[in-house]
Design a protein around this ligand. Structure first.
Ligand SMILES: [Mg+2]
Length: 316
């Protein structure tokens, strides 16, 4: 059986799958500082030292954990992931959407592209559903203690992961992500991508996916009804659709994603029919060329026969 065509859903994490920034559920709470104070410190550090904003909060987090003699081990961050809250319906979303995709001839793959901490996402209850989690991460010593940043995912370098997913060059260190890949050789076509995000930091990704024929969806916290971001994203052409971040069956978001998957499925089916037509037309072309060559040969044979009749003697 032929492999099913792949459709990929790419998610931001904070305020897209979860109502708050992931650090606020655990690390910041445990540090005993108000979230605004922590982010304020991190932003000040970034500005004063011309730092990448992510590297600044990663540094600030480790600095504060150490100063309070708390753990900075990988397991600690993984445990923090267990406390992360998710929007309604997220827990069962993946299996439902996978089943919907399968019923429409699609293999659905899910990816996270987040500026948050990879280890926290890995510790969350939904980590197993993702084919890959791209997020900021630490390098750890042999004893499992944080030593250095391994990855800093900010809003502009987020887009490299879309190219990695499309081209199947998944490893973060793999420079061949810049090599050109033909449309038909892509691991995931851009037209089969759906990007779900909530804010201005998702703009480069939303724009990239949308401009390449995929779909971008803006989500907002339905309980707070904060729609400013999605209205602005829509108005500036960054997203195709917006809906509350409610992942339950029958929700607006569920309906939009299923309609898009149905559309992608129809596109794939038409592509398959087109490929069959192309193959048949190519067969005809081959037949036609062979027929012309044979007729020419036969014609040449007749000319040769006539000429030979005029030749005196055995010339073979
Ligand atoms: Mg977000």
């Amino acid at each position: 059986m032929n492999k099913l065509p792949v459709a990929a859903i790419l998610y931001d994490f904070d305020k897209t799958l979860s109502p708050k920034d992931m650090q606020e559920y655990s690390v910041i709470e445990e540090l005993g500082v108000a979230p605004e104070k922590f982010w304020g410190e991190a932003n000040r550090l970034a500005k004063e030292n011309r730092m990448d904003g992510n590297l600044a909060w990663m540094y600030e987090m480790i600095l504060q954990l150490r100063s309070q003699r708390k753990s900075t081990k990988k397991e600690y961050f993984r445990d923090c992931g267990k406390k992360v809250e998710l929007f309604k319906g997220v827990e069962s979303w993946f299996e439902r959407i996978n089943a919907f995709g399968a019923a429409h001839g699609l293999k659905i793959k899910h990816y996270i592209i987040s500026s948050g901490l990879k280890e926290i996402i890995e510790g969350s209850s939904i980590a197993k559903h993702f084919d890959r989690i791209y997020a900021s991460a630490f390098l750890y010593t042999a004893d499992g203690v944080t030593e250095w940043p391994a990855q800093s995912v900010n809003y502009t370098n987020k887009t490299q992961f879309i190219f990695r997913i499309a081209k199947g060059r998944f490893e973060e260190w793999d420079n061949s992500v810049n090599d050109p890949v033909d449309e038909d050789d892509l691991a995931v076509r851009y037209t089969n991508m759906i990007y779900i995000g909530d804010s201005a930091t998702d703009i480069p990704c939303m724009r990239l996916v949308k401009s390449r024929g995929g779909f971008s969806v803006g989500v907002y916290d339905g309980e707070k009804n904060l729609k400013k971001n999605v209205y602005e994203l829509f108005d500036s052409g960054r997203i195709n659709f917006f809906a509350p971040a409610d992942y339950r069956e029958g929700s607006e978001l569920d309906s939009i994603v299923k309609k898009v998957l149905t559309y992608i499925s129809a596109q794939e089916e038409l592509r398959r029919v087109g490929a069959e037509n192309k193959a048949l037309a190519a067969e005809y072309k081959r037949y036609s060329a062979a027929k012309t060559a044979l007729e020419n040969e036969r014609g040449a044979g007749e000319v040769l026969k006539k000429l030979k009749q005029k030749v005196k003697g055995d010339v073979e």
